[in-house]
Design a protein. Structure first.
Length: 247
């Protein structure tokens, strides 16, 4: 199977998860770029930010059109993550690739476990600015350092910290992911000379199309069922990457 075909398939899966769940798919982008397309961990995290930013922005439009984005609350949450995402994005290029891969594996495994136990919607509560800022900043740092959108962390945080319903949390998480990914990319400007745009372009295009399909899928299939399927795949990938580094 050619690299181009692999890029299209992987992109479609990433987009499907982002569109349906508001997260999870971006965590699969990095290992797909490394193990299927031959990117180095550093290049994969940068390329992932490009793919995730473009795909999240597309999926955000679809959710916003249906009124499922809390713009004010989401903007405040995202703003708290801009500086941490920028700083972490700049620092990631100076970290040994083995350390970067291990850190990614651990975060991916935690994300998988978290997705096996999806958050239940909670009634709206008074937003605590300090708690919201802390959660937003932490999410931004993860996005910048590991090149993942962080939707698997953003959705439960938006439910528990901001009191959003699950449907609005999914849509709003895409706003947070887009902002954080762009901030992290700004820090990595000039470091993408080794990126294979002939693969990143098709990967991104397939992800964008997959995001539209994911949005439609979310209205037909139980969100919990979708999360468990992606969680299983994600956990397997995390274990494989960790074994690969240690071996």
């Amino acid at each position: 199977m050619t690299a181009l075909v692999l890029a299209l398939i992987a992109g479609a899966v990433v987009g499907l998860a982002l569109g349906a769940l508001g997260g999870g798919g971006s965590v699969l982008a990095v290992p797909a770029l490394i193990y299927l397309l031959g990117f180095s961990p550093s290049a994969a995290t940068t390329a992932s930010l490009i793919i995730v930013a473009a795909t999240s922005a597309t999926a955000l439009y679809a959710h916003a059109r249906d009124g499922h984005v809390a713009w004010k609350a989401g903007s405040l949450f995202a703003a708290a993550g801009i500086i941490p995402a920028y700083l972490a994005g700049a620092a990631a290029g100076r970290v040994p690739e083995a350390v970067l891969t291990v850190a990614f594996s651990v975060i991916a495994a935690l994300a998988a476990v978290r997705m096996f136990r999806p958050s239940a919607s909670r009634p709206p509560e008074r937003i605590r600015p300090g708690k919201a800022a802390g959660a937003g900043a932490g999410l931004g740092a993860v996005t910048g350092f590991l090149g993942v959108g962080g939707g698997f962390l953003a959705v439960p945080a938006l439910v528990s910290v901001l009191g959003l319903t699950m449907r609005r949390a999914v849509g709003t998480s895409l706003l947070v992911i887009t902002v954080n990914s762009l901030a992290a990319l700004t820090a990595r400007t000039g470091t993408g000379g080794g990126l294979d745009w002939a693969l990143i372009g098709p990967f991104t295009g397939a992800a964008i199309l997959g995001a539209w399909d994911g949005k439609r899928l979310s209205s037909k299939v139980s969100g919990n069922s979708l999360q468990k399927v992606f969680a299983g795949v994600l956990l397997a990938v995390a274990v494989f990457m960790l074994i690969d580094v240690i071996a």
